[in-house]
Design a protein around this ligand. Structure first.
Ligand code: ATP
Ligand code: MG
Length: 287
């Protein structure tokens, strides 16, 4: 047994932090977080957490100061650090979009020809405009981008949007999506063999948690004559389990269905004669 620790950088406080910490806790990894703590070693997995500003995370992972990191794809693509993207994590979903004052008439991207755009993401914005054949000037600012048009700094903006509420309250409207983002797990490109083993253990756990989140455990009762019809609707991990009930001619079926198919399947099940349908969350799913 080696005593290598793998070191992971996560955002200290912001829109990536809560879901990052939640994910590692759901992976069964115990560690302290919060307060003024900047690093923390897990008591039950050989991993050390570093709590940092998100902007610094890709660079630390590239340099090997941290072996792994959790970062928004938008930040990673803007700064182009030489790291491996291990997997998408499915949280902190947002988009980088172009927006203009609400009362402006917008037809297509040619609107931006020759105009100035304030953004914290000049590279992503310029690459997008270039790929669309539009010549515009970006003006890099590090925050409060939405205010730029109203103070005469720029004619449009390119900023992170999730619901659009902030744009609206600043008199802006979203007109084009430039980049779709979510949190990703990144890794240094030359991990030692010991650390690679730890990364594999970690991604195995993350996969199990993610599969569980996308699936529901379904239990239902059915009369024998309806079983075939109902079983045909239930995919299950292999095939559904069938357990006889105390009452003759009745069975309980147990199966797993994906969250996405959830409502559609439940309706067909009822039509096929399923009764007493229970839908339960799955904590982890190992294939
Ligand atoms: P730091 O202080 O660590 O530098 P920050 O202010 O740069 O933090 P946050 O606002 O916490 O960054 O956002 C971190 C990341 O979360 C963004 O880079 C983006 O990937 C994602 N994100 C930003 N806004 C949203 C949102 N409204 N909804 C979901 N995810 C978002
Ligand atoms: Mg930041």
């Amino acid at each position: 047994m080696s005593n290598t620790n793998i070191r992971i950088a996560v955002q200290k406080s912001g829109r990536l932090s809560d879901d990052s910490l939640k994910l590692f806790k759901e992976c069964g990894i115990k560690f302290e977080s919060g307060g003024s703590k900047l690093r923390s070693i897990s008591s039950n997995f050989p991993i050390e957490f570093l709590f940092l500003r998100d902007d610094d995370i890709p660079g630390y992972v590239e340099d090997g100061v941290a072996d792994l990191g959790v970062i928004g794809l938008n930040v990673l693509e803007e700064n182009k650090k030489d790291v491996e993207i291990v997997k998408e994590l499915g949280f902190s979903k947002c988009r980088l979009s172009l927006a203009i004052p609400r009362n402006e008439i917008y037809t297509d991207l040619s609107y931006f020809e020759g105009k100035s755009i304030a953004t914290s993401y000049p590279n992503l914005t310029n690459n997008f405009l270039k790929s669309q054949g539009v010549n515009a000037h970006t003006h890099e600012i590090s925050g409060s981008v939405e205010i730029a048009p109203s103070i005469g700094l720029a004619e449009g903006i390119c900023d992170i949007v999730s619901t659009g509420g902030t744009l609206l309250s600043n008199g802006l409207k979203e007109v084009a999506e430039v980049f779709k983002s979510q949190a990703v797990l990144i890794s240094n490109k030359s991990l030692s063999p010991d650390k690679k083993i730890l990364l594999d253990k970690l991604t195995f756990r993350i996969d199990s948690v993610q599969r569980g989140q996308n699936a529901k455990y379904v239990v239902l009762n059915a009369e024998e004559k309806n079983l075939d019809k109902i079983i045909a609707l239930l995919p299950g991990m292999k095939s559904p389990s069938r357990v006889p009930l105390a009452e003759n001619g009745w069975y309980s079926l147990h199966s797993v269905i994906s969250e996405n198919d959830f409502w559609e399947i439940i309706e067909s099940l009822r039509e096929a004669g399923a009764q007493g349908i229970l839908v339960l969350p799955i904590e982890k799913m190992i294939l």
